[in-house]
Design a protein around this ligand. Structure first.
Ligand SMILES: NC(=O)c1ccc[n+]([C@@H]2O[C@H](COP(=O)([O-])OP(=O)(O)OC[C@H]3O[C@@H](n4cnc5c(N)ncnc54)[C@H](OP(=O)(O)O)[C@@H]3O)[C@@H](O)[C@H]2O)c1
Length: 297
């Protein structure tokens, strides 16, 4: 059994991602960390080598894998103080060209994954009077063309998380819903871009849709992000926390826009020779989509 140390379990700790940075920061602050990944060899060597880290295999889309991990944590620690539902991927495709199966799989990962984790680790969290952090996205609150399935899965997570918060509070468990902005990880290069078929209405702007930066140029450094997250967990935060690059702007745009307006952040050409790759528009519903459609014409 891990003695009286606080314990934290993080999903999706592959090197280079924010999960690994969170595991690193929590272990540096004295937690016993269960650093999990569907491919444990992708977890950084520093975490494998740390005495207060247990690297474990965990695929959040497999109930058997989740159950085995919960059993191991129960045996090893008997409780869980912090569960961080971090694992998640993007999907870049127009809705008209997205097979339903792909969309459902993304919900399995980004929404049902955190829900299944909460169900299995709930008893250990209740025992510790712990905290669950659900890493959602500003994409769950803002409309980005060609990101509808990802954004919808993250919006579902926001609603799920904020409602679970009400159900878990009487059991002594805190819930943080992370409204995550940019983090400088390989999120965009790991994101799946579906092939745009020649028959697609969007074939003419295929290259615009397919263009993704290797790294989010507005992203916060993963370690800085993880350090701020730790502070929120330690100060006893609950509810929505906005954290990451561009969140102040996103909040301002959401505040400015009436319900009938749409804030559209559209991935398009790099602007001139700068590293900018986002154009931000506040417009009436469909303004950006209309522009896209005109450009197809
Ligand atoms: N980076 C950003 O700007 C940004 C912004 C908003 C929200 N977020 C959210 O932050 C979280 C972490 O993203 P990131 O930026 O660190 O991207 P990332 O580097 O692509 O990390 C994604 C992680 O999820 C893991 N994963 C995927 N499917 C899994 C499964 N079935 N079971 C367990 N793990 C699985 C990946 O493992 P493999 O290596 O095995 O694929 C990887 O470790 C995601 O939920 C993402 O939506 C990121």
């Amino acid at each position: 059994m891990v003695a009286v140390r606080k314990t934290a379990l993080i999903t999706g700790c592959s090197a280079g991602g924010v999960g690994a940075a969170i595991a690193e920061v929590f272990q540096e602050h004295g937690y016993h960390v269960f650093a999990t990944a569907r491919t444990p060899s992708k977890v950084p060597q520093t975490l494998h080598a740390a005495s207060n880290v247990t690297v474990m295999s965990l695929d959040v889309m497999s109930v058997d894998s989740i159950a085995a991990a919960a059993e191991q944590v129960a045996k090893q620690a008997g409780k869980l103080d912090v569960l961080i539902n971090n694992a998640g991927l993007g999907l870049n495709a127009p809705v008209l060209d997205t097979p339903l199966k792909e969309a459902k799989q993304l919900f399995d990962l980004n929404f049902f994954g955190p829900m299944a984790m909460l169900q299995s680790f709930g008893p250990l969290l209740i025992k510790a009077k712990g905290c669950v952090v659900n890493i959602s996205s500003v994409g769950g609150a803002i409309n980005f063309p060609f990101s509808s399935i990802y954004n919808a899965s993250k919006a579902a997570l926001i609603q799920g998380s904020e409602t679970w918060r009400l159900e878990l509070a009487p059991l002594g468990v805190r819930t943080i819903t992370l409204m995550t902005g940019g983090i400088a990880t390989s999120f965009f290069s790991n994101m799946r871009t579906l092939p745009i078929p020649e028959s697609s209405n969007y074939y003419g702007i295929k290259s615009i849709i397919e263009e993704n930066p290797d790294q989010n140029p507005y992203g916060m450094e993963p370690k800085a992000f993880a350090t701020q997250l730790l502070r929120h967990v330690e100060r006893g935060a609950s509810g929505k926390i906005w954290l990451g690059g561009g969140v102040a702007m996103a909040r301002m745009l959401l505040w400015l826009s009436p319900s009938s307006a749409v804030v559209s952040i559209h991935i398009r050409h790099r602007i001139s020779s700068t590293e900018d790759w986002l154009t931000v528009n506040i417009g009436w519903i469909g303004r950006k989509t209309e522009a896209i459609l005109q450009s197809i014409g």
